[in-house]
Design a protein around this ligand. Structure first.
Ligand SMILES: Cc1cc2nc3c(=O)[nH]c(=O)nc-3n(C[C@H](O)[C@H](O)[C@H](O)COP(=O)(O)OP(=O)(O)OC[C@H]3O[C@@H](n4cnc5c(N)ncnc54)[C@H](O)[C@@H]3O)c2cc1C
Length: 393
């Protein structure tokens, strides 16, 4: 049976989020960038709407929803405020990682706070000398009595300036390379943790930055997963976040397309609405079509994940095409709005800068193509020695 329809409950959830995005998010989307703040109250609001806890079981304060439903949230919130979709993506990813791999005590401590939006938790893998080559990180976690001492620098980390805690990846056995990495939950107020923000071209309300770790003592209980196995155990989560990113970009770009269709129907040139010219219609149709492909491939990947079927290559495919097609669509929309589209009065220019960030974050196009190549061409032709950010190493 092939069935592309959403359930009645999912349609209801979509409608609720669409209304919320249109009425409360869209009118303020550019405001948080202008004011340079992360709107924590909106993360809390997402908690009230049940968005933060979609991938968190009911017993820990979430709703235990499926991945397809989480995708609906990414798409609809993306229409209103692309930056707020980081809450959907990070809480989905981190909620799953903690729920699947952390101890009962850590689950009870962190999952309810993440679901409610009271706590913001980031994930810190990238370092100044290791991004795509994630297995080449240098941060260390050295075992001592009752815990570990962490040292290193994490760079490019979303929510670095506002997070209450981070999932930090560090080497517990440097000799094992990518297979000697463990994951720890590290509260940002622990002695030795210092966070500094960047001046980014977009995603300003995300507060991206570096996390410096200097002799940070972390209790043994804060390890997530087994020692040296943390990396491969949690990497499966990226198959989820990448599918959500596909839909985040579809949501943002579709909003630009909808706004632009309204504009070209109203605006006339040479005595006729712009919408009557095929030179205007065809690019809009091209971008709409490309986004539809990303959208349905994303939902297909999420469905596969819900069924427990392999979906790494589907996930990687929308991670590289979603931001790319999103950026191309928004760029064209900006141009069809003429000089006014180039001003900050309209949202297109910010959307463009914001969506570009996810052409890099969570793995570049090339990193994701490596995942697909490994699957369709074969592991034995893998071009790198280090561990790629994929669940199928
Ligand atoms: C908006 C944003 C949010 C982010 N959030 C987080 C976060 O929350 N947590 C986190 O840990 N990190 C985060 N990052 C960092 C991000 O994951 C890395 O920047 C990304 O993985 C790329 O790593 P890099 O910057 O070191 O680039 P490099 O790995 O140095 O790559 C540079 C270029 O070379 C290409 N390249 C590298 N290797 C190959 C190869 N073998 N073949 C072909 N091309 C190659 C890359 O595709 C890229 O174009 C974020 C980044 C951005 C921009």
């Amino acid at each position: 049976m092939l069935n592309f329809s959403f359930t009645e409950e999912q349609e209801f959830f979509r409608k609720m989020l669409k209304d919320f995005a249109t009425e409360e998010l869209l009118p303020n989307y550019t405001r948080w960038e202008r004011e340079g703040i992360t709107p924590r109250h909106l993360w809390k609001k997402l908690g009230e709407l049940g968005v933060n806890g979609l991938r968190i079981p009911v017993e820990y304060g979430g709703s235990g929803a499926d991945c397809v439903t989480t995708g609906i949230a990414a798409e609809e919130i993306g229409r209103g405020d692309f930056n707020l979709t980081y809450a959907v993506m990070l809480n989905g990813l981190i909620g799953e990682i903690i729920n699947n791999h952390a101890s009962e005590e850590l689950k009870q401590e962190w999952l309810p706070k993440i679901a409610s939006g009271d706590s913001i938790v980031g994930i810190a893998i990238t370092e100044p000398t290791a991004g795509t080559d994630a297995g080449g990180i240098k941060a260390t976690a050295v075992r001592q009595e009752n815990g570990y001492v962490l040292n290193g620098e994490k760079s490019g980390i979303s929510v670095a300036t506002v997070a209450d805690a981070f999932l930090i990846f560090a080497k517990t056995n440097p000799e094992l390379g990518g297979r000697g990495i463990s994951c720890f939950i590290v509260p940002s107020d622990l002695p030795g943790v210092e966070c500094k923000g960047y001046e980014d071209m977009g995603n300003i309300p995300i507060g991206r930055g570096s996390v410096y770790l200097t002799d940070v003592v972390v209790p043994e209980e804060n390890m997530i997963g087994l020692e040296n196995k943390g990396f491969s155990q949690v990497m499966n989560g990226f198959d989820l976040s990448r599918l959500l990113i596909g839909l985040q970009c579809v949501g943002a770009a579709s909003q630009s397309i909808d706004e632009t269709i309204e504009h070209v129907k109203m605006r006339t040139s040479f005595g006729k609405p712009l919408a009557t010219y095929q030179g205007v219609q065809f690019p809009i149709v091209t971008h709409y079509t490309q986004l539809e492909f990303v959208k349905w491939q994303s939902y297909r990947g999420l469905w596969l994940r819900d069924q427990g079927l392999p979906h790494s290559k589907e996930s990687a495919s929308v991670k590289w095409l979603g931001p790319k097609y999103g950026v191309e669509a928004i760029h064209q929309c900006l141009l069809f709005n003429g000089h006014y589209g180039y001003t900050k009065e309209m949202a297109h220019e910010q959307r463009l800068r914001d969506v570009i960030g996810l052409e890099i974050g969570d793995g570049t196009a090339e990193a994701n193509m490596m995942v697909i190549a490994k699957d369709i061409i074969g592991k034995e032709f893998k071009s790198t020695n280090h561990q790629l950010v994929t669940s199928k190493n």
